[in-house]
Design a protein around this ligand. Structure first.
Ligand code: NAD
Length: 412
């Protein structure tokens, strides 16, 4: 049985041991600093009332205010939020971002709610959470939330406090203080880091075969980048199944098909495949961009791309990671590959605090530089500690920074 929190904590302990992190600091990071669980009563359109479980985890704020992710999904629980908040702490620290890791959300299925019910739920999340602004904890988007959800959340915060505070909520539309390039940041960033890893490993990008699991915000933007760079996107899936075409898919046409039908299945000229088959398909680059824990010790022996680029958070278990490394698969880990959005959120914050907004060229250039810098730094650290795992390199980099902040503050 896949235990997301146990997996993330074990990875943290592995990196702490290898990186000789002070055991007291590792102990501090074995659990989140603060956890809030609350219940939201929501008036439904038909006059009835439903209660929704909601959460917010602030994992560690030694480097700065906690930030990120509001997930709205039916099976969300506190343990998932804790695991994701730990990963966010590592992602910020490994990317030299002065922030801690936060994650939260609501156990609800947005597809079962009307637009008005969903708006009331997003607003209620802020009223019941009572966030304390940009210098304490800043919610952003995640699965189940989008630009509009974050606009409602920021508006609710500003209505309650009576203050203009664009930096209080991330991932919002540009008209109310969001940053240009925010929506595409993670998908574009996945491609930035892939390109660096491909060059490093001598993989020819032109014509490289790519399979992507997940065709949402991250997967679809990344698929377009691969397509435009001349890669052959041979397989794509969503929660309803996948499609395969050996000669490559026309990604813009597939996007239009998905927009019209709500699924990738049925795209003309393709073979239907399952999500499990997609992961094991014959490709040079595999990009899991959907859920955590999809590559396990059961299927890892049959997963043989040259590069595995983790667009989703924690798609690979600790056991599977070891098998992949043993089989010579180059793993570009989540905390580096999908960090485009955390870099954009940092830029969104800086712009919001100054009320001074940047052009897309500047945002994109900084995103690329910071992502590639994080990847190179992780590889260097891994080499210094005698391993080839960029994942361990990134986690050690992050833990070292958090350790320094914790000690400088005199906490341990
Ligand atoms: P999304 O909701 O826009 O898209 C998710 C996609 O995965 C959809 O195509 C959905 O159909 C598919 N999917 C869902 N369950 C699946 C399953 N069991 N099997 C196969 N496909 C399935 O979400 P997103 O924003 O694209 O996020 C995808 C992943 O990337 C998540 O792990 C998320 O935490 C991570 N991530 C997202 C961002 C971001 O900026 N959105 C940043 C960092 C990491």
């Amino acid at each position: 049985m896949y235990d997301f929190l146990e997996q993330s904590t074990r990875l943290m302990q592995q990196a702490a041991e290898l990186g000789a992190i002070d055991p007291a600091v590792a102990d501090l990071l074995a659990a989140p600093a603060r956890v809030v669980a609350f219940r939201i009563p929501l008036k439904m359109d038909d006059g009835s009332c439903r209660i929704f479980e909601a959460f917010r985890v602030r994992y560690n704020d030694a480097l700065g205010p906690t930030r990120d992710g509001t997930r709205i999904s039916p099976d969300l629980d506190l343990e998932e939020c804790k695991a994701l908040a730990l990963i966010m702490s590592i992602k910020h620290a490994a990317g030299l971002i002065p922030a801690g890791g936060g994650k939260g959300g609501i156990a609800a299925d947005p597809r079962e709610l009307s637009r008005w019910e969903f708006e009331r739920l997003c607003r209620a999340y802020i009223r019941y959470l009572r966030p304390m602004g940009p210098d304490y904890d800043v919610p952003g988007a995640d699965i189940g939330t989008d630009l509009q959800s974050m606009a409602w959340m920021l508006d609710e915060y500003e209505q309650i406090t009576g203050r203009h505070a664009p930096a209080a909520v991330n991932d919002k539309p540009t008209i109310i203080g969001g940053t240009l390039g925010g929506y595409e940041a993670t998908g574009n960033g996945v491609f930035d880091v892939f390109r660096e890893a491909a060059e490093e490993s001598g993989l020819e990008i032109q014509g490289a075969s790519v399979a992507l699991q997940g065709f949402g915000q991250v997967g679809s933007v990344a698929a377009l980048c691969f397509h435009e760079a001349g890669c052959r996107v041979v397989a794509v899936s969503d929660s309803r199944g996948g499609v395969y075409a050996e000669d490559g898919l026309n990604v813009p046409a597939l996007l239009e098909h998905k927009r019209q039908t709500g699924r990738v299945a049925g795209f003309p000229g393709t073979t239907l495949i399952t999500n499990a088959e997609l992961l094991e398909s014959d490709c040079q680059v595999l990009v899991p961009a959907a859920r955590q824990g999809v590559i396990t010790e059961d299927n890892a022996p049959r997963i043989r791309p040259r590069l595995l680029v983790e667009a989703a958070n924690a798609p690979t278990t600790v056991e599977a990671d070891a098998i992949l490394m043993e089989n010579g698969v180059i793993v570009v880990p989540d905390v580096l590959a999908n960090a485009g959005s955390v870099h954009l959120c940092q830029m969104e914050r800086t712009q919001g605090l100054c009320d001074d907004y940047w052009d897309l060229d500047k945002v994109s250039r900084l995103r690329r530089e910071r992502l590639v810098g994080g990847y190179r730094s992780a590889l260097n650290t891994a080499a210094r500690y005698g391993v080839t795992s960029a994942r361990l390199g990134a986690w050690i980099n992050a833990l070292k920074r958090i350790e320094e902040a914790v000690k400088t503050r005199g906490w341990c």
